[in-house]
Design a protein around this ligand. Structure first.
Ligand SMILES: C[S@@+](CC[C@H](N)C(=O)[O-])C[C@H]1O[C@@H](n2cnc3c(N)ncnc32)[C@H](O)[C@@H]1O
Length: 253
């Protein structure tokens, strides 16, 4: 991979570069915050390459490799890199992590895709993954399934962040993919997030409240529809209980 000595070398300031770039969404900036300084990063499904451009313009990473399966997004990525005059980012067309060689990068980011697809892509590239120091994941769906998968592998969870961006909530995980003993997270932790439950950032409280309102409405609809039984109703009730527990004020010590 081509690695240039500095992002935006020469007299151009970060501010000048940012003027011609689109500042990425809060969601992508949260993903960027989970990347360790100095990392060599492959961004899978890079699309517009805004994440890598942002990281490089700020001098946060040593080099970036944007990977996308489709030609159209890569053309958009080239436009972003040209418009922001970002150096030190290369682009490659291919499927997931399969176009990486083990040790080529130390960090992989995957953002904006479904959780099941993220799991499939990571599982298909064990040799690449075992040489990574960090995996940063922001799946748009299947958060509980992703947590079950992480727990089963015993990978170290560095950070679990939640962010609200333009009315939607997103979870971002920074993981050290070193196999260890499986994490014994409870069902509440698997559904709501072990670190989020502990750290309780404001976006998490806002999400709990929104989720509680959504589940209450679904339960009301179910009761109007008649005496509904079955696993879906039981799952809704269990989720409502879980949200109530998480929203309850902590007991006085
Ligand atoms: C919704 S966009 C997300 C873009 C960006 N990561 C973000 O979070 O804003 C998904 C991108 O992933 C690409 N993609 C889907 N499957 C892929 C795969 N198996 N390997 C590489 N790229 C893939 C798509 O072509 C698309 O550009």
């Amino acid at each position: 991979m081509r690695i240039s000595s500095a992002a935006g070398a020469g007299a151009r300031s970060v501010e000048a570069q940012l003027k011609v770039s689109r500042i990425p969404s809060l969601r992508l900036r949260t993903v960027a915050d989970c990347v360790a300084p100095g990392a060599v990063v492959a961004d899978i499904g890079t699309d517009h390459a805004q994440l890598l451009a942002w990281l490089r313009i700020q001098g946060r990473i040593t080099a970036g490799l944007g990977i996308d399966i489709a030609a159209g997004p890569l053309a958009q990525a080239r436009r972003t890199l040209a418009a922001t005059r970002t150096e030190g980012v290369t682009l490659r067309q291919g499927d997931g992590l399969s176009v990486l060689t083990p040790g080529e990068v130390d960090t992989v980011t995957i953002a904006g895709m479904g959780g099941a697809r993220v799991i499939r892509m990571v599982d298909a590239a064990a040799a690449v993954v075992e040489r990574l120091t960090r995996l940063v994941l922001q799946p748009n769906s299947d958060w509980t399934a992703v947590r079950r998968w992480l727990a089963a592998r015993g990978w170290v969870l560095h950070q679990e962040r939640m962010v609200e961006d333009r009315g939607k909530f997103y979870v971002v995980w920074a993981i050290q993919p070193r196999p260890g003993p499986a994490a014994s997270w409870t069902e509440d932790e698997l559904h709501l997030g072990p670190r989020l439950l502990l750290e309780r950032p404001p976006a998490f409280t806002a999400w709990l409240q929104r989720e509680r309102a959504r589940v209450d409405q679904a339960l009301r609809r179910a009761s109007v529809a008649g005496p509904t039984k079955g696993p879906r109703l039981a799952a809704l009730r269990a989720h409502a209980d879980r949200l109530s527990r998480a929203l309850a004020p902590p007991p006085d010590c």
